[in-house]
Design a protein around this ligand. Structure first.
Ligand code: UD1
Length: 415
């Protein structure tokens, strides 16, 4: 069987890495039963990794491949940045050619970025022969809904889910959402969260990160209290008033402890364009040698995966508008304040450490106070145990018939 997986943007890399590792484990178990070698076995999975190039460069892409032990992509599309239409159209044009050349049995797409939607759409409409044979589509991290259609990711999730054949869900809300939208139960599999698989697998390695020392946040084994901030959503950073409002909400925290802010390229551009003053703008020099780090916001380049996990794990509080960070802080038990009006990941609020603060300064300030003053009890959602990718590969190896879309009718639900 031939499986083709797609990565495009930063949050895709940690979701695909465990699936590739689980395919390797699956193949390694085969030789004993097949004397001519595993490749001759019907059950052998040949894997092709395609990178669309939506994110590019060392900081947004390459470093993740080394940090996560990801193999080099077999195919680099090199699409790069652009408007949603231009970027998606370019991915679609190039991905169609790749599918026709590779003819995989199954295409795996993950998450909710433009690359996810573009490649799912192409796969849904391709035909390898006159009878309409096409690969099955597996969507990993299916069923999440913010119910906010102004978010590009919400459109990407809905459309991808409706063309997918196998829908792998991270939390129970996903099952409910998909059933409500009329997706047949037989296509849905609650398997857990491959982003958490990566977090659990690479947490020990992240302990050797020296980022805390470089930033002056650790001295003589002591880690000083600090906050970690990420902000990149167009709704938050593309409008100067919205961005200023959020920064005002952070002022109180910025006088209490340093806020480390690894800046996404989109956000960096906007800070410069709007001439924004960040509360107590500081540099690592202000922190080093001061005995105790001073407060203020410390801007850094985007961080690699291991450095970021290390900073997240030791943070007193995380403030973010990311999707995945809500899940990772839940798993780590670190208090999280999400600067958005909604979340597509309700389990992080119900079971985890997450508070949805909204985007007004009072709401952000109040949520930060609550998190800093409150007691934290948190639980870890079902199947967020580091084995989601193994469950996924188990389903794929049982159900994906070469070049057959009819297989989907036989799928049994696993919830
Ligand atoms: C994308 C995803 C978002 C995800 C985020 C993670 C979509 C619709 N959005 O948003 O869901 O949370 O990735 O980071 O797919 N840029 C660079 N270098 C890069 C990539 C981007 O400089 O490697 C700059 C470009 O100017 C680009 C802008 O950042 O125009 C935005 O990049 P884009 O991929 O369009 O969306 P993200 O904001 O990164």
């Amino acid at each position: 069987m031939k499986i083709l997986s797609v990565v495009g943007a930063r949050p895709n890399f940690m979701k695909v890495a465990p699936i590739i590792a689980a395919i390797g484990d699956h193949n390694r178990k085969l030789p004993a039963a097949h004397s001519r070698g595993p490749e001759d076995s019907q059950e052998f999975i040949q894997h092709v990794l395609v990178h669309t190039g939506q994110h590019y460069g060392e900081l947004m892409s390459d470093s993740f491949f080394s940090d996560l032990n990801l193999p080099k992509p077999d195919i680099q599309m090199g699409v790069g940045s652009g408007s949603h239409a231009a970027q998606s159209a370019e991915i679609m044009k190039r991905f169609e050619e790749i599918l026709l050349a590779e003819k995989p049995d199954l295409v795996v797409v993950v998450g909710d970025v433009n690359s996810t939607l573009a490649c799912a759409l192409v796969t849904a409409k391709i035909s390898f022969d006159s009878s309409g044979t096409r690969p099955l589509i597996a969507h990993v991290e299916s069923g999440l809904r913010s119910f906010d259609r102004t978010m590009p990711e919400e459109i990407n999730r809905i459309v991808t889910d409706h063309v997918a054949d196998l829908l792998f869900v991270t939390e129970e809300s996903g099952i409910k959402n998909l059933l409500q939208e009329g997706i047949p139960a037989g296509k849905i599999h609650l398997v857990g969260n491959t982003m958490i698989d990566s977090l659990l697998a690479f947490q020990p390695k992240s302990d050797s990160s020296t980022k805390l020392d470089e930033l002056g946040l650790r001295a003589k084994q002591e880690i000083f209290p600090y906050a970690l901030l990420t902000m990149h959503r167009p709704a938050n950073v593309d409008n100067p008033e919205a961005f200023r409002e959020i920064l005002s909400g952070l002022e109180e925290l910025a006088v209490q402890c340093p806020i480390v802010f690894p800046v996404h390229p989109r956000t960096r551009k906007k800070i410069e364009e709007f001439g924004l003053q960040l509360p107590g703008d500081i540099s690592p020099n202000d922190l080093h040698g001061s005995g105790r780090p001073c407060a203020g916001i410390l801007l850094t380049d985007p961080l690699g995966y291991l450095d970021f996990v290390c900073l997240m794990k030791h943070a007193a509080i995380v403030v973010t508008d990311s999707g995945g960070i809500q899940e990772e802080t839940t798993c780590l038990g670190v208090p999280c304040v999400t600067v958005r009006d909604n979340t597509e990941r309700p389990v992080t609020v119900e079971k985890g450490t997450n508070i949805i603060a909204g985007t007004a300064q009072e709401g952000i300030r109040a949520a930060i106070r609550r998190q800093r003053e409150g007691q934290h009890q948190h639980g870890v959602p079902q199947f967020w145990d580091g084995r989601a990718a193994t469950r996924i590969v188990d389903v794929l190896s049982r159900t994906a018939q070469p070049h057959s879309t009819r297989a989907q009718n036989k799928l049994q639900p696993t919830f």
